[in-house]
Design a binder for this molecule. Structure first.
Ligand code: ATR
Length: 281
């Protein structure tokens, strides 16, 4: 008897979604690792999220990514949420585990995997300054704290949002927060400085979140923006002698970690980066 072997279905849900680079990145990997699977972009509006998840369950989707604006709202629609993702309060990756939808957050862990390739010290011994206190900052803060990084300060335009991240973190940290206008933070004491705000993103490419004064030796300055690939902030840091890290790393590794959760294969990040760079032009 002839039996059709069903292709596994993966995807990403969000709104807007047409610009997403994830389908190209994952479909290239499915082909490269000879997996009978396909990744699609699904445009889902907020009011349709519940129905979309019900539909995904009904068709037996193997896994999916979640992006803006659904990363928070998805939590209550899942069967289980992994501890760090629950503390972050956002999910970007879902695995269908024998009919049970389990949520993870690979954004923060993706950032950590990427920054580890640049930092010369043990990550747990690093002093970190996060600029910004939005969703991306929260994922990075809690993920860093969950792997034992305890010295993490936050500087943000709205101080209250920075304070909220620190007080709601379930992992122990020694953290202070400052407003962008306060000049109390001394950049020289940090091993890692990360811009998580949209300041400097295309088209406002000349803007920087803070000005880079004196840096410590071997410090890594990171920007989660990847358009442009080198923000004015990174250019300034590079001039001051810092090791720099752009947003491609976090994007590639969040995808690599999701791919590993779905297939058991940790994919080649250089291959993924090539797909992303080609797309970005
Ligand atoms: P994401 O989910 O990508 O992190 P977000 O939740 O909108 O995005 O967060 C954006 C962050 O960038 C916030 O910390 C925001 O500061 P506020 O908390 O004060 O709103 C910061 N941000 C964005 N544009 C800014 C600007 N022009 N000046 C200063 N901070 C800015």
């Amino acid at each position: 008897m002839w039996v059709r072997i069903l292709e596994k279905i993966y995807g990403v849900i969000g709104s807007p979604i047409a610009h997403s680079m994830s389908p190209e990145m994952h479909n290239d990997l499915f082909q490269y690792y000879k997996l009978n699977a396909r990744y699609h972009a699904f445009h889902v509006e907020q009011e349709n999220l519940k129905d979309a998840i019900k539909g995904f369950k009904a068709i037996g989707i193997s896994g999916f990514n979640v992006t803006i604006p659904h990363k928070v709202a998805i939590l209550e629609l899942l069967d289980e949420v992994e501890e760090v993702a629950a503390n972050i309060g956002a999910v970007n990756t879902v695995v269908n585990d024998k009919g049970k939808l389990v949520g993870y957050n690979t954004d923060g862990q993706g950032f950590i995997t990427s920054i580890k390739t640049k930092v010369k010290k043990e990550l747990a011994d690093c002093r970190v300054l996060l600029i910004g206190a939005g969703g991306a900052a929260r994922a990075i803060f809690i993920s860093l704290a969950s792997v034992g990084v305890s010295n993490i300060d936050i500087v943000n335009r709205t101080a209250k949002k920075a304070e909220e991240i620190i007080t709601s973190c379930n992992y122990t940290t020694v953290s202070s927060f400052y407003t962008l206008s306060e000049a109390k933070y001394d950049l020289e004491k940090y091993d890692i400085i990360i811009n998580t705000t949209s300041i400097g993103m295309h088209p406002n490419i000349d803007e920087t979140p803070i000005s880079i004064t004196q840096l410590s030796k071997e410090s890594v300055v990171s920007d989660i923006i990847y358009n442009p690939l080198k923000t004015s902030f990174l250019k300034e840091a590079e001039k001051k002698g810092a090791i720099i890290d752009n947003g491609i790393g976090m994007f590639v590794f969040q995808g690599a970690l999701a791919f590993e959760k779905w297939t058991g294969i940790f994919p080649d990040p250089l291959r993924m980066e090539k797909v992303v760079r080609t797309r970005l032009g």
